[in-house]
Design a protein. Structure first.
Length: 174
């Protein structure tokens, strides 16, 4: 009990009728957001909560290895967030944004914003939500007055990531 790391996480949500949807192949918070709970006695503060770090399932394996003090192999796509768990200098690790993909599009989650660029039935969409002002994700703010700079910055950051990862905007079967 004193030297065991316990991690609980979840699969993505099924929407349960939210936004009139019942599947998990979209980027609404009810589907895209998952919870991760980590317990490591004497190292991770009990009852501490972090709502600002954006981690993905791709980061779980390097984090588990790092928490167990096992060398993390070089070349992994994910990265360890052990420093964040230990509440060390959070500027040493960058989990201020998260990129995600599904068959129809790509998402960038950063700060209070979520940007989605997708192609559905041949129609291209760009969506920007301000989750502080609109937690229910009902107003697309992409390129609206006051959000032009955020919109263009999000588009550029997502496109740069797609280029680095050699990905397209939508899924291309082999």
């Amino acid at each position: 009990e004193d030297d065991t790391v316990v991690i609980f996480t979840t699969d993505h949500g099924e929407m349960m009728g939210s936004h009139r949807l019942i599947s998990k192949t979209n980027f609404y918070e009810e589907s895209a957001k998952t919870i991760t709970l980590i317990k490591q006695p004497h190292k991770i503060a009990a009852r501490s909560v972090d709502h600002t770090t954006f981690i993905g399932t791709i980061d779980l394996m390097p984090t588990m290895l790092d928490l167990c003090e096992i060398e993390v192999p070089k070349g992994l796509d994910g990265k360890s967030y052990k420093a964040t768990c230990y509440a060390q200098d959070e500027s040493l690790s960058d989990f201020s944004e998260l990129f995600a993909i599904n068959p129809d599009g790509r998402m960038l989650r950063f700060g209070q914003y979520k940007y989605v660029h997708s192609v559905v039935y041949g129609q291209e969409y760009e969506i920007l939500f301000d989750l502080e002002a609109d937690p229910n994700e009902t107003k697309n703010l992409f390129n609206t007055v006051g959000y032009e700079d955020v919109s263009l910055s999000a588009r550029k950051r997502l496109n740069d990531w797609l280029t680095r990862e050699n990905l397209g905007l939508n899924f291309q079967p082999i």
